[in-house]
Design a protein around this ligand. Structure first.
Ligand code: ZN
Length: 390
């Protein structure tokens, strides 16, 4: 049994607690929370921290497969060029496996307990099987050529067989509206009719809308440069149609990025229930040098979750670094909201809130302490850091 205390505890299951005590089993299962209302006397065997205790972080969008691409793509190149770099990156298995393992290790140290990870191959499956982080594997499909849609589906079915053999949890997910033919979207929709979790890259760059509407703009130029424009180009006409008509209604749907979303889109897609809006601010700054419209998302009262995206477009897979960037750009957002997005909301989005996301008896959510926080104003600072207690 272990006892932890700190200046504050954010449980996500009750009010902010001042100088109170969390008791856990040695394996991290929460036994009890005692609200001392700040009147904590010196107690034997209680570890006290000058910071804020929170549940473990949930990363709702990652690509471990791209970990070997750290520092290899110039910042600010825009999404079209970014995708070309990824496509041309080649296949360096050895460098790949050591960098994915160290990225997994880094995420663990940064307090991440649960992670939704996009898979185009089975390269990370073994690592995930052995990891201390729980992974939700999102097997991704993309392809603009409708004549190749069938073979794309065969490929992802083979990937799913491997995941099944290794007893990994997985779902089938679309890459994005701008990278898929309607034929492929529809084949995928029927394949994913039992999904618990679906995600899609959504409105990450300004060029997506004009590509869908008129098949021109920077994304079309990028496809032309790469020789990827099929003889028959059939894409959805807009983002709202994709969400409401072309994606499974089963389970939760995570919209990833949302950098260029707007009020009309947010209101139009709202009729899709169980919708979550994933923010990957450091990646958006890296690729497009643009920050998602968080104030708009907050005003529209949507469920916000946090992702790191990959090391191809981020310098670190750290949820705290994402929250610090958000806090710096939106100083009025209360720390309790930031923590809720990065813990409980993420656990709900991934359908794992019975285990993760809040400090409650019976759960095993991971326990972290944030230090070097501005405790007077309850704000994160550039020098804030996180340590795992369990
Ligand atoms: Zn992504």
């Amino acid at each position: 049994m272990k006892r932890f205390s700190a200046q504050y505890i954010i449980t996500n299951s009750g009010p902010l607690l001042k100088r109170s005590v969390v008791t856990t089993e040695d394996d991290g299962t929460i036994i009890s929370i005692e609200n001392k209302q700040g009147e904590l006397s010196e107690e034997h065997s209680t570890e006290f921290y000058n910071g804020i205790i929170i549940p473990g972080f949930v990363n709702c969008h990652c690509h471990l497969e791209l970990s070997h691409m750290k520092d290899s793509i110039p910042k600010g190149s825009g999404l079209g060029r970014f995708i070309e770099h990824i496509r041309n990156s080649g296949d360096d298995k050895k460098r790949f496996s050591t960098s994915a393992a160290s990225a997994d290790n880094h995420m663990f140290k940064e307090g991440i307990v649960l992670c939704a990870d996009i898979c185009n191959t089975s390269d990370t499956f073994k690592l995930k099987k052995e990891s201390s982080i729980s992974y939700v594997n999102l097997l991704e499909v993309f392809g603009l050529d409708p004549d190749k849609a069938g073979s794309r589906m065969d490929e992802v079915s083979t990937l799913a067989e491997t995941a099944k053999l290794m007893e990994l949890t997985f779902s089938f997910v679309p890459h994005s509206a701008y990278s898929m033919s309607l034929t492929l979207l529809r084949l995928l929709k029927s394949k994913s009719s039992m999904n618990k979790v679906t995600s899609i890259h959504f409105m990450e760059t300004e060029g997506e809308e004009i590509f869908l509407k008129q098949n021109r703009g920077p994304l079309m130029s990028s496809y032309k440069r790469s020789g990827l424009v099929p003889s028959r180009l059939e894409t959805a006409k807009n983002h709202v149609d994709v969400i409401l008509e072309e994606i499974t209604r089963s389970g939760n749907l995570i919209l990833v990025h949302n950098t260029f979303t707007d009020k009309n889109t947010i209101r139009a897609v709202r009729q899709r229930k169980n919708l979550f809006w994933c923010i990957c601010t450091n990646s958006n700054i890296y690729i497009e040098n643009k920050i998602p419209p968080l104030n708009l998302l907050i005003d529209e009262d949507v469920e916000i979750v946090i992702g790191t995206d990959s090391l191809a477009s981020n310098t670190s897979l750290s949820i705290l670094e994402e929250l610090k960037t958000i806090q710096f750009n939106f100083p009025l957002i209360p720390i309790e909201d930031l923590i809720l997005w990065a813990t409980m909301n993420g656990a709900k989005a991934l359908g794992e809130d019975n285990r993760f996301g809040s400090i409650e008896p019976g759960k095993k959510p991971g326990l972290l302490v944030l230090q070097n926080v501005d405790l007077q104003n309850m704000k994160l600072l550039p020098e804030s850091y996180v340590t795992r207690l369990i």
